[in-house]
Design a protein around this ligand. Sequence first.
Ligand SMILES: C[S@@+](CC[C@H](N)C(=O)[O-])C[C@H]1O[C@@H](n2cnc3c(N)ncnc32)[C@H](O)[C@@H]1O
Length: 337
Amino acid sequence: MNATMSLDKTKHYPVMLDQVLSIISPQHGGTFIDCTFGGGGYSHAILKYPNTKVFAIDRDQLTQQYANILVKKFPKRFSFFQNKFSNLNKIIKSDLNPRAIIFDLGLSSFQLLDHQRGFSFNSSGFLSMEMGINKYSAYDVVNTLDKQHLASIIKILGEEKDGRLIANKIVKYRTKKPIKTPEELTSIINDVKKNYNKYKKNPATKTFQAIRIYVNQELTELILGLIVATQLLSNGGKLVVVSFHSLEDRIVKNFFKLYSNLNKNPSRYLPLNKKKSDLFRSLSKKPLTPNKKEINQNIRSRSAKLRYAIRNNNSFFYPEEFQKQFSSYFKLEETRL
Ligand SMILES: C[S@@+](CC[C@H](N)C(=O)[O-])C[C@H]1O[C@@H](n2cnc3c(N)ncnc32)[C@H](O)[C@@H]1O
């Protein structure tokens, strides 16, 4: 299978496409939900099989142009909604019975490469970092958020040990003039991380990750997205997630572990299949990762981790324990501007 697809002049590589397809097996037909449409790589690959239907979602208005291509090509089998995936249960009817719901988290190459979006370090465009349907931009965050909260965001959401120092520097800088571009923000961060030559990645990577996550409330979205997706799946339905950093992977891993009957040490008085506190009957124990060939072809795939779980026939119950476990992310990402 050729994982490359060109809906635009820019080459687009859907990450771990072969593995995703082999888990969801669209050759048997059925309905699929693509929660992160992006350039449409997954949706298109599924629709190539007859007897499939795809409902796709993306928060980014600019993905509509790629969706229009598929609407034209598959008018009866493809629908697109510009929305956040945490709203999945408001968009999709509860009796749809999808065979799989798929999340491919993070940014698409189109977003990353568009200098006007403000995601890349050397961009002189506006410091936006908005994926779409946002309450504020990165500009608002770095120029108005209080120092304490800014430091926590950089430290926790970026796993950046110098969070406090970087927040201090940002706040000092903005008293003179507002920080308008990613380029400006990168140089402020580099000033703190002076010995950055020893780093392989750009020293601003972790801070950019943190601010982007905050602007898009990405962890809250993921937690709520997993919950509503699980609610929509019925017995045998698959929940497939491709994540790109440890914070995301930890959330997915813990969700599957908490509500799967395989990885626990249940009460010895209760037979495994009788436990009613589970939502999944099977899960991928270890995350799948891209092979060398894919990494060579698309370097951005190198940090991808794929996990999936299969819904059992227990009725849905709200996974409060999971939400409680990550309640600190809800607090951290809540609107303060
Ligand atoms: C890595 S790309 C997906 C690429 C896609 N699988 C493909 O093959 O073209 C991630 C996409 O998810 C979207 N996205 C991220 N978070 C979202 C959310 N909470 N709700 C809806 N879409 C989201 C982004 O706007 C982006 O377009």
